[in-house]
Design a protein around this ligand. Structure first.
Ligand code: C5P
Length: 223
């Protein structure tokens, strides 16, 4: 079977995390959520009471952290200096502050180096997802995909994730959050346009199962 590297980028609400986990499970590959690493550094910086705009201090913290990233798609956990933060990094206060960390270029080079090491670890291949995997972290991956979705589809997905429903109040709250984070994130990495050689899948009209099937089709065609 396939034992290579599958790189997947996309904005929040594109459904890429659940799709990538399922693809990894199906193919017996490891799974790497690089967004969780930016969230983990954000958690640590807030935990230490750092000023998130103090870029040298945050970068020094990032480099000093022991990040333990489990790449089993059945339980992708992450620990910071021995503290399991898998649940804590999903809190709203993390989502609201993560862009300040992700736009710190010294944090990015630290995390990118760690991500490359995780991807290259010997053993099974891997599905790695984020914003800059196809372009920066693993541009030579065997399969490179961009999962996009129109804004309404992304907001509805995120609202269901965050609030368990997509009623008007949930949609409004989620819209503000997603738009702010996308605008900040896109100042550093372009994750809305497919780079050369990257296959784009518009997930808006597709069900979860259809997106998984589309990804598996690309893998079997290109690998
Ligand atoms: O994917 P997720 O929404 O959990 O990512 C959290 C944040 O981490 C993003 O909003 C972005 O700021 C940052 N990120 C990044 N590059 C990646 C993955 C995530 O800048 N490869």
């Amino acid at each position: 079977g396939f034992r290579g590297v599958i790189a997947v980028d996309g904005p929040s609400g594109s459904g890429k995390s659940s799709v990538c986990r399922e693809v990894a499970r199906t193919l017996g590959l490891r799974y790497l959520d690089t967004g969780a690493m930016y969230r983990a550094v954000t958690w640590a910086a807030l935990d230490r009471g750092l000023d998130l705009t103090d870029q040298p201090a945050v970068a020094a913290l990032s480099r000093a952290l022991v990040l333990d990233v489990a790449t089993d798609p059945a339980s992708p956990r992450i620990a910071v200096d021995g503290v399991d933060v898998t649940a804590a990094i999903r809190q709203t206060r993390i989502s609201e502050n993560v862009s300040a960390i992700a736009t710190n270029l010294d944090v990015r080079s630290d995390l990118i180096a760690r991500q490359r090491a995780l991807i290259e670890e010997k053993g099974a291949g891997i599905v790695a997802e984020g914003r800059d995997i196809t372009t920066v972290v693993a541009p030579d991956a065997d399969v490179r995909l961009l999962l996009t979705a129109d804004e309404n589809a992304r907001i509805a997905r995120r609202a269901r994730e965050l609030h368990g429903n997509d009623d008007a109040a949930s949609l409004a709250a989620t819209h503000a959050q997603i738009a702010t984070r996308d605008a900040r994130d896109s100042t550093v990495v372009d994750f809305l346009v497919a780079a050369d050689g990257v296959v784009e899948i518009d997930t808006s009209p597709l069900t979860f199962e259809q997106v998984v099937a589309a990804v598996l089709r690309v893998v079997s065609e290109t690998a």
